[in-house]
Ligand binder design. Structure first.
Ligand code: M6R
Length: 591
């Protein structure tokens, strides 16, 4: 989602800004722009599409020999993705970039129009620029910023330039923003990856605080008074932009799964560390997350209920934050998030914390809000994911939840197997990945179809949810996941001649039930495809994907790479922009 970078110092401003924008590309965006100035002339250059297009435009058009500037990647919310809506926006003396959504923008805009302001875009961001410009007419800059902040509802992070001032301003509410601290230079950025190649030192802005950045000075204010802020040091290695010979980041990241899963498991081979995973003290768990992270939660629900006998509810964070919560004294709220910056998941975490409920984050980004604010956290340590579609981070979320089910069940005396079963995973995942030709073949058979179904029961249904999401996300092939037994209660009316129905079967007890449901669709013209394990495979009449036999604790993590690779090859056949699917953002920082 929108990314912000700002720089003041003696380096070439556009170089720093563009490098930052490239580093923020992974968040997902549809237009980009920069505002650069030498404190006399200010130039705004914007373009729709990739940062590389903006770079070409800057090379052609740039006139100002700038000393500071701000830049932005925009993921459209208010107003379509075109050049006039791209940031930065300038009204009067104020030029700004904005991340977030200003909920009362229409109301404020109407008043400002009555006062004579004219707007050039459809964005809420431009309204903030006009509002600040208005307040600047009667107040000093800090007072004007405070007044603007008080008027705005919704979420925001701003990077601001004021005409005639040789400095940058930064402030935030709900949307992420940090200040990078350098030697005779300073930065502002949505996340550390944008500036890590220049400095690991950063300051986190809290709500209501304003940062004032000059090349040789950095000051922080709250309600007009200067405040001290702690300087933190990130050990982020930044984003590795190499594709390691793969055509796409998605494929590279899938292929990294054996390595990252090995790293995660090694930590918990130490018995002492396994205590972190023990949830046996809780009577009930709410798993709250969005998208794939929520589907990892669904797998976790099945495993924790089955093997640790803990009641688990799974909620999309966007629903959870506004629903009535019924907690008992032994409830745990688990937040699952790759980015740790998903707005709804953060809000759900804060809701639970406000009510005094224990929270635990399963997070990939160690520098993120959830990683910092949750009372207990497990870091998945997948490294940065660049492809918008999550793959390696998702499988690690599933792995953490599977290990939690194992450790909690073991504590209750419910487990017969040994923790060493997890150590088999890297080798088994590699075996699944090596069968690329099978995924390519099935992909060839289904890529021209208009629609397909994933069906399964229990844990298999949870896997269907993510399999289906991955497929539609990267290939734009319409897909639905359904509980196998539920299909005939209405949705089966959609089954047409030749429609692929992918049936996941990993559980011996449910095998015959699921296959009967698959046959019901075949009787109506569907083309059945089975995804199963070697021990259950007697499906020679079907096109199939067969993964190695394994323990029920780990089998889901063998199905996952098979489904991911299938989606990848379907998308490849359909000529999709695999790493940056249309309309999607990596990090969803608005509600
Ligand atoms: O960063 P998070 O894990 O909180 O993100 C949650 C979802 O936005 C994310 O999983 C999304 O569904 C992915 N694009 C799926 O590949």
């Amino acid at each position: 989602m929108c990314g912000i970078i700002g720089y003041i110092g003696s380096r070439k401003t556009t170089e720093v800004l563009l490098k930052g924008l490239y580093a923020l590309e992974y968040r997902g965006y549809d237009s980009a722009g920069v505002a650069i100035t030498d404190n006399k002339d200010l130039e705004i250059i914007r373009s729709v599409g990739r940062v590389s297009k903006l770079e070409e435009k800057i090379e052609k058009e740039k006139k100002v020999n700038s000393t500071f500037g701000i830049a932005h990647t925009r993921w459209a919310t208010n107003g379509e993705a075109n050049e006039k809506n791209a940031h930065p926006h300038k009204i009067g003396k104020v030029t700004l970039v904005h991340n977030g959504i200003i909920e009362n923008a229409d109301l404020i805009k109407e008043k400002l129009i009555n006062e004579g302001y004219k707007f050039n875009s459809d964005t809420d961001s431009e309204v903030a620029a006009a509002l600040l410009d208005k307040y600047l007419k009667e107040n000093d800059t800090l007072e004007a910023i405070d007044k603007m902040t008080k008027d705005l509802t919704g979420s925001f992070a701003f990077g601001i330039i004021i005409d005639g001032e040789n400095r940058l301003y930064a402030l935030r509410k709900d949307s992420p923003l940090l200040i990078g601290v350098g030697e005779k230079e300073n930065f502002l950025a949505s996340d550390i990856t944008a500036i890590i190649s220049y400095t690991p030192k950063y300051v986190l802005l809290d709500v209501g605080e304003v940062a004032v950045l000059e090349d040789s000075s950095l000051k922080f204010y709250k309600e007009g008074k200067e405040i001290e802020k702690e300087i933190l040091v990130s050990d982020s290695k930044g984003v590795d932009h190499s594709k390691n010979g793969y055509d796409h980041y998605m494929l590279k990241e899938i292929m990294e799964e054996p390595v990252v899963i090995k790293r995660l498991i090694e930590r918990y081979n130490e018995e002492e560390n396994r205590k972190e995973l023990d949830l046996s003290e809780y009577k009930e768990i709410d798993i709250v997350a969005c998208g794939s992270a929520m589907y990892a939660g669904l797998v976790g629900q099945n495993l924790l209920e089955e093997f640790a006998e803990i009641k688990v509810n799974v909620y999309p964070a966007s629903e959870y934050r506004y629903k009535k919560k019924i907690y008992n004294t032994k409830t745990l709220v688990i937040l699952v998030s790759q980015s740790g910056e998903t707005a709804d998941t953060i809000a759900a975490m804060r809701e639970a914390q406000k009510l005094g409920i224990d929270t635990l984050g399963i997070v990939n980004n160690p520098d993120s809000t959830i990683a910092r604010e949750t009372s207990r956290k497990i870091l998945t340590n997948a490294g940065v994911e660049i492809a918008v579609a999550t793959t390696k981070a998702y499988i690690l979320q599933v792995c953490v939840l599977a290990m939690m089910a194992f450790v909690s069940g073991e504590k209750k005396g419910l487990v017969k197997e040994d923790f060493s079963i997890f150590s088999e995973l890297p080798k088994l995942i590699k075996e699944v990945q090596d069968r690329v030709e099978e995924y390519k073949k099935i992909a060839k058979d289904i890529y021209k179809k208009e629609s397909c179904f994933f069906i399964g029961r229990g844990l298999d249904y949870a896997l269907c949810m993510e399999g289906s999401l991955k497929l539609k996300e990267v290939s734009y092939l319409h897909s639905e996941a359904y509980q196998a037994g539920e299909l005939k209660h209405g949705t089966i009316s959609l089954v047409e001649e030749g429609m692929p129905v992918l049936c996941i079967i990993t559980n011996k007890e449910l095998k015959d039930k699921s296959i009967s449901n698959l046959k019901e669709t075949e009787a109506r013209g569907a083309k059945g495809i089975v995804i199963t394990t070697k021990d259950l495979d007697d499906f020679d009449e079907y096109e199939k994907i067969v993964v190695p036999e394994s323990s029920q604790y780990i089998v889901s993590m063998l199905i996952v790479p098979a489904l991911q690779l299938l989606s990848y090859y379907v998308a490849l056949n359909r000529g999709c922009d695999i790493d940056k699917p249309r309309n999607l953002a990596k990090s969803v920082t608005v509600e």
